[in-house]
Every structure is written in C-alpha cells, then in structure tokens.
Design a protein. Structure first.
Length: 159
C-alpha cells in the first residue's frame, strides 16, 4: 500500500492535463507482469489533490495468493487531515463469517443446451485488470449458471 505516483486510466484523474497512453503504460505493464491487482476501494474517489487536480495515485495492491488466502474486505479511502494525500485503511473481517464458496465445476452443467453459448459470451467479455483478475471475474460470472440451474432442484425433485 502506498503512493505509486501513477494512474491506470483517464478515470483516475479529474482536472489537469489529459491522460496520455504513455503515462499509464508503465504502471499497467507493471501490474500485468507481476500479477498484482488493486483491492476494492470505498470512500473518496481520489487519493491526492493540490486543490485543483484530483488523482487516484495511492493504491493497495495484492497478488492472487493474497486474494485467495486473506479474508480482506476493502480499502477505505479516508478524509485527508493535514496532507495532500488521503490515508488508506485496510479493513479485515473482525468476526467469523461464511466465506464465499469456491468455484466448482459440475460435469452435468456441460450437458445444458445453453452451456457453450453462456461460456463463450462470458469468456469473450472485455474485462479490465490483470490476467488473474480477469479469469477470477469470468469464473465468478459463470458461477451464476450453477446457481440458476440448481436453485430450484428440490422443487423439481418433488414434482
């Protein structure tokens, strides 16, 4: 977590100079090459200001090992007190909660007539982020196929 003095997209700056592709390339390449991704933010949208330009340059980065093993909830972007940077607060779960269930593939899903189409559409979606994050988000979307198919299984068994 810290001040990276870099932005990832045009949305990370308000006011100031236009964001050029060359300006974001090195940081984006760094994230892709290391497999790092930003944690989810809540609170203020920007983490630095000079009272005219607002930017998101302070970041909390993690790798896929962190995402799989840590029970982390969010990074809270707090109000700045005496600095031009806003403090970031990493909040962990305080009490035991049910973790989301991991993705599981059941072979009988492949027998659904709409299975290939749903997988194709999901896998062709343009999602931003590191490779691991894109795979994770696509698998998360496919998890809904399982929920939809089996949410009414007890009702179908009894009818």
């Amino acid at each position: 977590m810290g001040d990276y003095n870099a932005i990832q997209s045009w949305e990370d700056r308000y006011n100031g100079n236009l964001v050029m592709e060359a300006e974001i390339r090195d940081f984006t390449d760094f994230l892709d090459n290391t497999g790092m991704t930003e944690l989810r933010y809540v609170g203020r949208e920007f983490t630095w200001t000079n009272s005219h330009v607002h930017s998101k340059i302070d970041k909390a980065l993690v790798n896929d090992g962190w995402m799989m093993s840590m029970r982390q909830l969010e990074v809270v972007v707090q109000d700045p007190l005496f600095s031009d940077h806003t403090p970031l607060c990493l909040c962990f779960e305080q009490e035991h909660q049910n973790n989301p269930k991991p993705f599981k593939f059941f072979n009988n899903l492949a027998e659904l007539k709409e299975f290939e189409g749903i997988v194709k559409i999901t896998w062709e979606m343009n999602i931003q982020g590191s490779i691991m994050k894109r795979v994770w988000l696509k698998l998360k979307r496919l998890k809904h196929l399982h929920k939809e198919e089996y949410s009414t299984i007890m009702r179908r068994l009894h009818s």
